[in-house]
Design a protein around this ligand. Structure first.
Ligand SMILES: C[S+](C)CC[C@H](N)C(=O)O
Ligand SMILES: N[C@@H](CCS)C(=O)O
Ligand SMILES: [Zn+2]
Length: 337
């Protein structure tokens, strides 16, 4: 069996062992802020890789305790260019990227060793997904929600932007890759081409942002976007993250028509990010109870990976996990070494 097959099975096994639908963690940056971290900065949550790595580990452990089967790393807005513009060397920047994966792996291993000692727990051995935030996240101008990168941003430029970060993250040993808040077809294409060109052997998901409930933020249809992704077997799952929960059900139904890949959804609380003032604005917001009602519908509509994004917390994930795993047969509990 080739390495690629083994790695792809890791995600499939997790979904099966979770009872048919695995739980992704919740708002990572949100939880850092709950603990007092100040991330109003061009590096956003990645600032904590420099300032407070212990807090990153603490937040990962909180999401594991809440029942997350997948931890998404702190690298969403961690980029080589971003770190270098703060005066760090390329070596230091690469080492911070590597650290984002190592911290999550350490948290996962520590948690699992402790849980394995007690029989009767209902946890799965979690996987670590290295976050790869969109180019718009790096720009820090709200363009991960507009998809408007301007005419100068070509396919090659996007591939150049992502390539070295992708290589460093993969070398650090995550279980999978999570492309997040991709706002247009061009960037989806760049991600797919990079996975092929770099011959990446671990599974990945590509998640789009969405601001109208219908299309990618750029206005391009999800059919166009998914046609690009469907061509590659390097992508295991596709979906939506950091969009309002009330958009999700119909998007899952749409995606089911457009792809055979697993569907992953982890929406935000419904608040809207204002990229100019760098604040979450209240909108049609949803509490944990409502989020869970939605999550059950998303599961029934065929989503295989469900979690929360910005403004959701460990309490949201705990509620989702309890609800989604209520039917999980005891014999299915994953016991990996
Ligand atoms: C997912 S958004 C809230 C992340 C922050 C944004 N890229 C910014 O830096 O303004
Ligand atoms: N993984 C990132 C996504 C931001 S949209 C986070 O949770 O902070
Ligand atoms: Zn988010």
């Amino acid at each position: 069996m080739g390495g690629e097959k083994t790695h792809a099975l890791l995600l499939e096994d997790l979904i099966e062992n979770a009872g048919g639908c695995a739980v992704v963690d919740g708002g990572f940056a949100t939880q850092l802020e709950k603990h007092g971290a100040s991330i109003n900065d061009p590096l956003w949550s990645a600032l904590c890789l420099i300032k407070d790595p212990d807090l990153i580990k603490r937040v990962h452990l909180e999401y594991l305790e809440a029942g997350a089967d997948i931890l998404v790393t702190s690298s969403y807005q961690a980029t080589l260019a971003g770190f270098q513009s703060r005066g760090l060397s390329i070596e230091e920047a690469e080492s911070l990227l590597e650290k984002s994966v190592k911290i999550a792996v350490e948290a996962r291993d520590k948690f699992w060793v402790a849980k394995k000692r007690n029989s009767g727990h209902n946890y799965n051995g979690a996987l670590v997904a290295a976050s790869i935030g969109s180019y718009g996240a790096y720009l820090a101008d709200g363009s991960e929600y507009s998809g408007n990168y301007g005419v100068k941003v070509t396919l090659e430029k996007l591939k150049d932007f992502h390539r070295r970060r992708l290589q460093v993250l993969v070398e650090a040993g995550p279980d999978l890759l999570a492309f997040e808040t991709i706002p247009n077809k061009l960037e989806a294409q760049a991600c797919v081409e990079l996975l092929e060109e770099e011959n990446i052997q671990i599974p990945s998901w590509i998640c789009f942002s969405c601001v109208d409930g219908e299309s990618a933020p750029s206005g391009e249809s999800f059919k166009e976007c998914l046609d690009v992704i469907n061509k590659s077997n390097k992508v295991s799952a596709v979906g939506i993250n950091c969009a309002p929960p009330h958009f999700i059900l119909s998007l899952i139904q749409r995606f089911k028509e457009l792809t055979d890949k697993a569907i992953v959804v982890y929406p935000n609380s419904g608040e809207i990010w204002d990229g100019t003032v760098k604040k979450w604005l209240p909108s049609k917001c949803f509490d944990d109870e409502k989020f869970v009602q939605f999550a059950l519908k998303w599961r029934d509509a065929g989503a295989k990976l469900i979690g929360g994004c910005c403004r959701t917390t460990p309490s949201t994930v705990q509620s989702i996990s309890k609800a989604l795993k209520a039917r999980k047969p005891v014999s299915n509990i994953r016991q990996i070494a």
